[in-house]
Design a protein around this ligand. Structure first.
Ligand code: ACO
Length: 394
């Protein structure tokens, strides 16, 4: 059996090239991109060349979205125009609103989001526009509408009145407003905005790759985003943030963390929010989110969650740090979201809301110089098997 850590030479292609096998496509370069870069050894992340720490300090989600989509920071006028457009496009079609608010309250909100994004594509006035401007409008519409879809579903399933988008508020603040029915304080809105910036883009992760595979067939942008949402949902990817809080619940108090983690490692269970395919050191996004988790814990005088988180981090680094296992973006984000009053099953939808721009940026970039994705599987079955008629089979 081949190790999943190596790329194995398997033979020769019809075209003469060497066939290589890399489980989970580890280490495979599948596209050229100028959107973001990760240095997994140093724990660094840049969007269009700008370090994530600077964007978290000085930028806003809207400005970062513009940077990712258009390749450079906007001028003041360009940002104003982009912000106005994002705000105008927040409203979802009435039939989509009706559908979301009448859906049963029990499905996972990520499944609702798949339905809503697919449904909303049917009413997109730019549906058949293929020019750059038309594609950008479609993309910005989806990014602008996802928060409305999440908030409307949550209000409806909890029997609360729908709160329409507030054109006076920025992307992050407006989401909290639609979710809670009241404007967030400035500090909380800013912390949420920073979390959105940190989640906006991350190279060819599984969900971005899923979006690109779909788009590479020249399918539509809504289909690409639906593929990505389904992929982000999984607990090995974006679904981990919700599981982290579930784990903290199970642990209960910081003094029980050591026993829990050691048992999990002994039983070869994964600790959610740790490990990464690319980072073999501390995820820079987790470092920033940890600061805000600490800050909010002190602000609300509720330190149980952060104490448990820090204890788990200490034990994990001691036990498996040498394997390159450190906290990833999903570890501290849940604690931050919890203090912002976001229900746990909305953590991954909130991740979706931020990452939709990264998906869209990659789809636009890749399809400009498109080639359909079509890898191969190395056949390990028998060379020839006789067909046995059904009445002779045992
Ligand atoms: N807890 C305990 N051990 C772990 C963890 C973890 N969270 N992650 C990896 N390991 C161990 C593996 O058991 C393996 O050990 P071994 O070499 O002794 O067998 C080694 O680290 C390497 O693991 P791989 O599975 O090869 O790593 P891979 O790159 O395939 O997986 C992944 C990366 C899926 C993120 C993994 O670390 C994981 O399952 N983490 C938990 C889920 C999670 O937090 N996902 C969110 C990632 S960030 C994001 O997607 C937004």
């Amino acid at each position: 059996m081949h190790s999943n850590k190596e790329m194995v030479k398997m033979g020769v292609l019809e075209t003469g090239g060497v066939i290589q096998y890399s489980k989970g496509l580890e280490g495979v370069i599948a596209a050229l991109s100028s959107i973001s870069a990760i240095d997994g050894a140093q724990g660094k992340l840049i969007y269009r060349g700008i370090p994530i720490e600077m964007l978290a300090k000085y930028s806003t989600y809207e400005e970062t979205a513009y940077l990712l989509l258009y390749g450079e920071l906007p001028t003041k006028n360009a940002l104003d125009e982009f912000t106005v457009l994002m705000r105008e496009l927040r409203h979802i079609p009435p039939k989509v609103e009706m559908c979301i608010t009448e859906l049963p309250p029990n499905p996972h909100p990520m499944d609702i989001l798949k339905v809503a994004v697919a449904h909303s594509g049917l009413y997109d006035p730019d549906q058949y526009r293929c020019c750059r401007e038309g594609v950008m409008r479609k993309v910005i519409r989806i990014i602008a509408q996802i928060p409305t879809m999440i908030a409307y579903y949550h209000r409806a399933r909890t029997g609360q009145e729908i709160v329409p988008p507030n054109p006076e508020l920025g992307h992050a603040a407006n989401f909290l407003y639609m979710l809670h029915g009241k404007e967030p304080d400035e500090e909380e809105a800013r912390i949420f905005d920073i979390a959105m910036i940190l989640h906006a883009e991350h190279g060819l992760n599984a969900s971005t790759f899923a979006a690109m595979v779909t788009a590479s067939t020249l399918s539509d942008i809504n289909s690409a985003i639906v593929s990505a949402i389904g992929t982000l949902k999984g607990p090995l990817h974006g679904g981990a943030n919700e599981r982290v809080l579930k784990m903290l619940d199970e642990i209960g108090t910081p003094d029980r963390a050591e026993e829990y983690v050691l048992n999990a490692l002994k039983e070869k269970r994964r600790i959610m929010g740790f490990g990464h395919r690319v980072y073999k050191t501390y995820d820079p996004r987790a470092r920033i989110l940890k600061e805000y988790a600490e800050y909010l814990s002190k602000k609300y005088n509720d330190t149980k969650w952060i104490e448990m988180g820090e204890k788990i981090e200490e034990i994990m680094i001691r036990e498996v740090g040498k394997k390159g296992i450190f906290p990833n973006v999903d570890f501290y984000s849940g604690i931050v979201y919890q203090f912002l009053g976001i229900p746990r099953d909305l953590f991954t939808p909130v991740f979706t809301m931020a990452r939709s721009v990264g998906w869209a940026a990659h789809v636009c970039e890749y399809t400009q110089n498109n080639r359909i994705f079509r890898p191969r599987a190395y056949y390990t079955g028998p060379d020839y098997v006789e067909y046995v008629p059904i009445e002779q089979r045992r």
